[in-house]
Design a protein around this ligand. Structure first.
Ligand code: ADP
Ligand code: MG
Length: 381
């Protein structure tokens, strides 16, 4: 991965894009003021009112709106109309007067976006346009200046980090530092990644085959689907549910990653909650306790692999920037936040990869980090 990171810094068009963010300042913790922040992810749209109080403290009020599939796949204009409606509703609900003094606003996108300047997008009224990974890094650095890396583990996965401009060969020469949005989800080195035939089966049916392979092994959008494909094979071979499947099990993406969390959290003697999930979500009645143990074990394997691969990416970045002595990694996204043991599994893998120095690498939850970061970057520019 370090090799691929370096290639991305040297040339355009490499597998890992390594996009410079144009964010050249990190916060000092003394920035103050009230800001609006918008955070558009793959699943949710968050609107936040961020009050920077200085001394590394901030207060945040936020509301979450779900982006329907219709909006996601429809024309951009409809999507942005919806986003504007959400902001208007938020201002009304939280007593912000949008017709009064103007409120600086940052906008976080979780989609790769080749920027040409900090505020060069199509929305000229916005102070700053920020990638969610970059936002998360900045948000965490406000209270912890050792934050050099951030990771998103949500619908997708990505990472950002602080790089010396002198190392960005595709930029020619320069000094100082800049935050790089790696777009590491694109990593796909088949001789290195432990790709199984279920990964290949999943990949073939996606809209972007042979791309984002790392992401497809790690992130919330895909883990449940990998589990579903494995379960179907186990049914076919007669090892699960006496070889009897269900119609719901045959539906692609019907088994959401959130159900893996529920199953992994089920420590009851009879795995009763797992039974419930199988019945309610998958339409599988009459599962035996052995069946449920197998299902739980599959979830553990797929979930653990994801955490360990994410940790490998973190180890690569920490090594790349030579921060093995002290580095905080800010992590945002529902997968990291809600999936049981995800953080500890990452820590275990870091320890295996980096040895005792792994204790210098702090993995920290950065809830709403990308939204806060958008506000902070608006403050910084
Ligand atoms: P976004 O990617 O839009 O910023 P999130 O960070 O909330 O949004 O991530 C959404 C993803 O997290 C979805 O793919 C969903 O499957 C997954 N997810 C949501 N809740 C859980 C949970 N309890 N356990 C595991 N994954 C979850
Ligand atoms: Mg997000």
């Amino acid at each position: 991965m370090v090799t691929e990171f370096k290639k991305g810094l040297a040339n355009d068009g490499e597998v890992i894009a390594m996009l410079p963010s144009y964010v050249i300042n990190r916060p000092t913790g003394s920035e103050v003021g009230v800001y609006l922040a918008l955070d558009l992810g793959g699943t949710n749209f968050r609107v936040c009112r961020v009050n920077l109080e200085g001394y590394g403290n901030m207060r945040l009020t936020s509301a979450k709106y779900t982006i329907s599939d219709e909006l996601k796949t429809g024309p951009g204009e409809k999507l942005f109309e919806f986003l504007a409606d959400c902001v208007a509703a938020f201002c009304k609900d939280y007593g912000l007067d949008p017709t009064g003094d103007s409120i600086p606003m940052g906008f976080t996108f979780s989609f790769p976006c080749k920027q040409i300047a900090i505020d060069k997008g199509m929305l000229i009224l916005i102070k700053a346009i920020v990638n969610d990974t970059v936002g998360t890094l900045i948000a965490h650095a406000y209270s912890d200046p050792q934050t050099y890396i951030s990771v998103i583990l949500g619908t997708g996965t990505n990472a950002a980090y602080v790089e010396k401009v002198a190392n960005i060969r595709k930029w020619g020469s320069g000094s100082g530092e800049v935050i790089i949005n790696t777009e590491w989800g694109a990593y796909k080195e088949a001789s290195i990644l432990p790709i199984t035939h279920w990964d290949n089966a999943l990949d073939r049916k996606t809209t972007n085959p042979k791309q984002q392979i790392f992401e497809k092994m790690i992130s919330g959008m895909y883990l449940g689907e990998i589990v579903r494909l494995i379960l179907i094979d186990l049914i076919k071979s007669g090892e699960l549910f006496n070889g009897v499947g269900s119609q719901l099990l045959e539906e692609p993406y019907h088994f959401d990653t959130a159900y893996m969390s529920r199953i992994e959290r089920d420590h009851s003697l009879g795995l009763s909650d797992t039974k419930q999930v199988l019945e309610d979500v998958m339409g599988v009645v009459n599962s035996s306790i052995d069946d449920r143990r197998i299902v739980k074990h599959v979830c553990e394997l797929v979930g653990t692999r994801a955490a360990r691969l994410a940790a490998a990416g973190v180890a690569a970045l920490v090594t790349k920037i030579n921060r093995l002595d002290a580095c905080t990694v800010a992590i945002d996204g529902s997968l990291f936040e809600h999936y049981p043991h995800f953080g500890n599994r990452m820590r275990d893998a870091l320890r295996e990869l980096l040895g005792i120095t792994a204790q210098n690498i702090l993995l920290e939850q950065a809830r709403d980090g990308s939204g806060q970061g958008a506000a902070l970057i608006a403050a910084l520019v």
